[in-house]
Design a protein around this ligand. Structure first.
Ligand SMILES: [Mg+2]
Length: 174
């Protein structure tokens, strides 16, 4: 199947967090407080994606308050933290939203993402993703995790769906 055909039906993007929305660094201060760095352009992309009427969600094995804060900021309501096995969690989200696998894109960077990645209609990974993921992914972004990879993916899909230009016009007057 051509990549454009895979992108057309996508209504939901599910994303891993560490190594995709961040560069994968886990930083802790002396009190054990964790910090992560998110890319502002990923945020813009996620907002635009949601404004287009599509849905965005995250599934992560770890649990942190920072992720919760960032997702609230972006208006992302599908937040599944502490999800060690991503496949059952992902399938549950998809079922709850009444979607089918061909309407879902998943982006991940490491082995724990493989099970879900190999089931969805559009599988994506980042430039610095694990080799095993690259071999099953339909798209490997040119950007690394935490460097605008999700924005790149969103832009590709919205352009393929012929929505990009209209969204820029509506929301940015371009
Ligand atoms: Mg990861």
């Amino acid at each position: 199947m051509k990549i454009d055909q895979r992108m057309q039906p996508i209504r939901l993007i599910l994303s891993d967090v560490d190594g995709v929305l961040t560069n994968g660094d886990l930083s802790f201060d002396n009190q054990g407080i964790e910090s992560k760095t998110f890319h502002v352009r990923d945020g813009m992309g996620i907002k635009l994606w949601q404004r287009s009427g599509h849905q965005f969600g995250i599934i992560t094995a770890r649990s942190s308050h920072i992720v919760k804060i960032r997702m609230v900021e972006l208006g992302v309501e599908i937040v599944r933290q502490g999800s060690e096995s991503k496949l059952p969690v992902g399938l549950q989200v998809i079922e709850e939203l009444g979607l089918t696998l061909n309407q879902v894109c998943y982006i991940g960077d490491d082995l724990s993402d493989l099970s879900l990645l190999s089931r969805v209609g559009l599988a994506a990974t980042v430039a610095d993703g694990a080799a095993e993921l690259k071999s099953v992914a339909h798209i490997t972004t040119t950007a690394k995790g935490g460097s605008g990879a999700v924005r790149e993916l969103i832009e590709l899909i919205l352009k393929s769906q012929n929505r990009w230009q209209e969204l820029l016009q509506t929301h940015y007057g371009i």
